[in-house]
Design a protein around this ligand. Structure first.
Ligand SMILES: NC(=O)c1ccc[n+]([C@@H]2O[C@H](COP(=O)([O-])OP(=O)(O)OC[C@H]3O[C@@H](n4cnc5c(N)ncnc54)[C@H](O)[C@@H]3O)[C@@H](O)[C@H]2O)c1
Length: 314
């Protein structure tokens, strides 16, 4: 039995990860300040004696005995991370320093949830890990993108200077149950608008493409990455390379929800990337042949069922 700390454990990805790690027989501690996460995401885990939920902000130091740390704490959607950009940077940078310090002292392995946003508005498609990215340091997304880029640098410096055992994954667009219903992300937005037969807002002309990864595929990859040998630290892209236009996504969701919603078009927000698609060759090679198993329709059905329950309960 390992003792595993998950920062951001009450969030969308963190709650699924905590559940899976508990099911595999580990002791799991969630550390969360509940900014975007919610106790309802982990309510079903609270009666498991091997689970502990602690309210804590990772911009402050935290001490505990642990074997592994998954560092997921950080608001992930523009609506939330732009609310207080300074705090977002502090969470990424000071949070990383605090958690790396803990990993160093306890000789624990620490995994950083980095992001495809480190590639900014990419000029290389699909994006391999070797691509350095195209980020506007002054733009509205910079507090998130640059915070995550700096966290990656810190992870590498801790490894090189102090031999801390690190792993870096760059997560691409992920969706599934427990997503925040009002965070403005495209999958949750479209599903909620469709279920309520409201207009579906498409930013731009809908021809921009995205690839969407179902949460279970991501969790599998995170655990495989954490348990790779010490010499492989990443960064490694984790995402589903199948791409769809935003218009195709909207039409699929309308079909699956049998919705009467109509499409309405709004201007594209500043610095919104036109394309994003992971190159996952490295993940396949290093993570034991890992690749996404759940394709869009299957994942959307599970997510739609989740949001149906949320909407009826509110
Ligand atoms: N969901 C995606 O598609 C995606 C893509 C790329 C990267 N990521 C990364 O994965 C991680 C988890 O994302 P998510 O989608 O689950 O987002 P989320 O907002 O649902 O989860 C983040 C969690 O961190 C908590 N948190 C935020 N600031 C904190 C702080 N200072 N101290 C302690 N807790 C704090 C929040 O309350 C929340 O529970 C984030 O680091 C995000 O950047 C997510």
């Amino acid at each position: 039995m390992k003792k595993i700390l998950v920062t951001g454990g009450a969030g969308f990805i963190g709650s699924h990860l905590c559940e899976r790690l508990l099911n595999e027989g580990n002791e799991v501690i969630s550390l969360d300040n509940y900014f975007t996460g919610s106790k309802s995401n982990i309510l079903h885990l609270l009666n498991n004696k091997y689970f502990e939920a602690i309210r804590h902000d990772i911009t402050l130091p935290f001490f505990i005995e642990v074997d592994q740390i998954y560092n997921l704490a950080c608001p992930a959607s523009p609506i939330h991370y732009q609310k207080n950009g300074i705090k977002t940077i502090k969470t990424s940078v000071m949070g990383a320093i605090n958690m790396l310090g803990l990993a160093k002292r306890k000789k624990a392995t620490i995994l950083q949830a980095s992001t495809s946003e480190v590639y900014g508005d990419p000029q290389v498609h699909p994006q391999p890990e070797s691509y350095w990215g195209n980020v506007n340091t002054l733009g509205p997304r910079a507090c998130y993108d640059e915070g995550k880029r700096c966290a990656e640098t810190l992870f590498m410096n801790y490894k090189e200077q102090t031999n801390t055992r690190i792993k870096i994954v760059r997560i691409f667009n992920t969706y599934g149950p427990n997503m925040h219903p009002n965070d403005g992300r495209v999958v949750s937005n479209f599903i909620i608008q469709s279920l309520q037969n409201k207009d579906i807002t498409i930013y731009g002309d809908g021809s921009q493409t995205r690839s969407f990864q179902y949460i279970d595929d991501l969790v599998e990859a995170l655990i495989r990455m954490m348990n790779t040998s010490d010499d492989f630290v990443g960064p490694v892209n984790i995402g589903n390379p199948n791409k769809f236009t935003i218009l195709e996504l909207a039409e699929k969701i309308i079909e699956l929800t049998k919705s009467k919603s109509k499409l309405v078009y709004m201007p594209l927000p500043q610095d919104d990337p036109l394309q994003r698609q992971p190159d996952i060759s490295l993940a396949k090679e290093k993570l034991n042949g890992w690749e996404p198993k759940i394709q869009l329709e299957e994942g959307l059905i599970k997510t739609i069922n989740y949001f149906k329950k949320i909407i009826t309960n509110t």
